[in-house]
Design a protein around this ligand. Structure first.
Ligand code: FAS
Ligand code: PHB
Length: 397
């Protein structure tokens, strides 16, 4: 039996778990991280790519931003297309200088994991947590298994950073929260390809054949997405068909899409999900464990990190001032941003995805919104400020 004792037991070595562990360490608070998958599995996941201004600032605050600054791509605007007409929404002039950084989630995870293990801190891979006990006492525990051996972590707090399919939300008493969920009648087919990006900024495109997004990872790797039906299958999409469809949907006058060898492709369903209570006793949820947003707004990972800021500050107050006030308000504080991100992600998803017949009433509403972004600086500013990430002060009124 592995017996560990710490201040904060963390389940999950994704963005939420790793950011929390580093933030607590910066203030001398001990934690142990349990991760059910292997290190290579976690670091190999192809997921998000867009870091909000807040996330960039937090990485710098934690002293973990060096590689992001060297290898990331700062963007000062985004391109929006509708039926082949393209406009640009600038960030800096509309948000007082805030920008996004394109730097893959897997790179962020590699940086945080390397830094954590380099400090000889405790992180057990292939160590699934099976049960969280005594969350309504001041001595909760996490029961896990690691390479065939049972284990227990005794701690003051449990942070369930274990994603949508994790243990944390399942441990909350069912009466303690209300669930909200919306599924969308489409999915995203995502690819990574060895080809120089055909754009210097992201392109979100509505087309009568469906949505497409051109993102990137480096000067030689492009990241692109296509709207597909939920029942579609990756085997229906050979590389040349993907490139052909992307070129049509992203096309605009005087522009062409470069193609290249695809080295990763997958289909991800779209959903909005959340619960209205992210804590119970000494158990706290952060990130996808408590909420899922459609990736159209590039919010998923950034929202997880925003939760961590509030949870870390609450835990620091407990250990430094013996105050539970911030922890008691954690859910209330975090949900303000979560609802804002849910609304923005839903707005971007409804605006750019094909749902009704071309020319239908729904289509005309989408086109009217798009046209308004192109003519109203005020409306464009709402898109810009939500996209780069609203400052934390916004929610402190
Ligand atoms: P994560 O799911 O990243 O991490 C949870 C961790 O907990 C996992 O490593 C899991 O193995 C571990 N775990 C679970 N149960 C456990 C247990 N019982 N014991 C121990 N460990 C356990 N967001 C964007 O912004 N843009 C995107 O383009 C985008 N694309 C995505 C594509 C896919 C396929 C998916 C699934 C998500 C995507 N997201 C995207 C959202 C994604 O980036 C999440 O928001 C982000 O990973 C959330 O981080 P965490 O909350 O840490 O959860
Ligand atoms: C990505 O680069 O993977 C990405 C960027 C913006 C999004 C979604 C995904 O909205």
């Amino acid at each position: 039996m592995i017996q560990l004792k710490t201040q904060v037991g963390i389940i999950g070595a994704g963005p939420a778990g790793m950011f929390l562990a580093h933030w607590l360490r910066k203030f001398g608070i001990q934690s142990v991280i349990l991760e059910r998958k292997s290190r290579s599995n976690v670091e190999g996941r192809v997921r998000a790519g867009l870091l909000e201004q807040n996330t960039q600032d937090i990485l710098k605050f934690l002293g973990l931003a060096d590689r992001m600054v060297q290898q990331g791509h700062l963007h000062d605007g985004v391109k929006l297309s509708f039926d082949g007409r393209r406009i640009r929404v600038p960030f800096g002039e509309l948000t007082g200088g805030r920008q996004i950084m394109i730097y893959g989630q897997r790179e962020v995870i590699k940086d945080l994991t390397e830094a954590w293990l380099g400090q000889d801190e405790r992180l057990l891979f292939e160590a699934p947590a099976h049960e969280i006990k005594d969350i309504d006492t001041d001595h909760p525990s996490i029961h896990f298994e690691h390479i065939g051996e049972k284990g227990i972590i005794e701690c003051d707090f449990v942070a369930a950073c274990d994603g949508f399919h994790g243990l944390g939300r399942k441990t909350l008493p069912r009466h303690a929260y209300r669930e909200y969920t919306t599924s969308y009648p489409f999915s995203w087919l995502g690819i990574l390809a060895h080809v120089t990006p055909s754009t210097d900024e992201l392109i979100y495109a509505y087309h009568e054949r469906g949505f497409a997004l051109h993102s990137l990872r480096s000067e030689t790797v492009s990241r692109l997405y296509l709207q597909v039906d939920n029942e579609d299958h990756i085997h229906n999409w050979p590389d040349d068909k993907i490139w052909e469809e992307l070129a049509v949907r992203l096309g605009t006058e005087g522009w062409s899409l470069q193609s290249g060898p695809i080295f990763d492709k997958s289909i991800t369903p779209m959903r909005s999900f959340m619960i209205d209570n992210m804590q119970y006793g000494r158990l706290f949820l952060a990130g996808d464990a408590a909420h899922i947003v459609p990736p159209t707004g590039g919010k998923g990972m950034n929202l997880a990190i925003a939760d961590v800021k509030h949870l870390a500050e609450g835990l620091i107050d407990f250990y430094e001032k013996n105050s539970m006030t911030r922890l008691q308000k954690y859910t209330q504080t975090a949900l303000k941003r979560v609802w804002r991100a849910q609304e923005f992600s839903n707005f971007m998803t409804q605006l750019f995805h094909k749902r009704d017949a071309h020319g239908s009433f729904q289509y005309q509403l989408q086109k009217a919104k798009f046209d308004y972004i192109g003519t109203s600086k005020q409306y464009a500013a709402t898109i810009a400020e939500n996209y780069v990430g609203l400052p934390f002060e916004t929610f402190q009124q």
